[in-house]
Design a protein around this ligand. Sequence first.
Ligand code: SF4
Length: 271
Amino acid sequence: MSKPKNAFEIFQFLDKSNCGECGEKTCLAFAGAVFLGQRRIRECPRLSPDVLERFVAEPDRESPHEATPEDRLQKLKSEVVHLDLAEAAKRVGAVLSGNKLTLKVLGKDFSVDAEGNLFAEIHINPWVAAPFLSYILYGQGLPVSGKWVTFRELEGGRDRYPLFLKRCEEPMKRVADVYTPLFDDIVHVFGGRQVDKQFESDISVVLYPLPKVPVMICYWLPEDGLESSLHIFFDETADRNLDIGAVFTLGTGLAQMFSKIALRHGFVTKT
Ligand code: SF4
């Protein structure tokens, strides 16, 4: 879509309910703020999936992670050539052997060499590979604090949260609703662990897509007429050990993987 010429062009895509959930008093005020570059259209939680897709499909100059994961991966590979692998290994707690840096991704060895070539015990999906490279290139390597926060609380997470909800938490919830043993599978297959129930959830599972970026998935079963719910939590250091775009990519990739696991067991869900 070409750049809107005025706020009304943006307004036509909105719900027009003036619900105020975006923090603006009216949809028109929100459209004006988007037009001026003060807000992003995806901050409206009431956008229809069609509109959301239409805007997200466009390259976002400020958010390189919203280029396709494949494009992002190629760019990151070219940056590895200039990386001091010994320094990176020390910083992120990886092992350096010869010219190959290795760390655990979802419990499996994942490596990169000085030319940016990737090697892994698991299938090399761009949604895993791009965050892996981003982690070793730019991650601060801070120790995990043990304090869990939502995606929205991470630096840069607030404006991406509506999309994170649609691409990650909601699809994962749909999978968990039809195939609750999923949690046992992912613990088993991906080296995760069940942890004491957090935030009064019925199931809490921690995965390690990257060693210093744990992800906790909490699921609440339906009860007394209340719907089930699912939320994902990150360590409060996640936005410094990985940029927020890569955190987003990991979350949406995990959601796709969960739906594939459910499919293998004969359960079909929409992601
Ligand atoms: S959240 Fe969306 S629908 Fe609600 S007021 Fe804001 S722009 Fe309008």
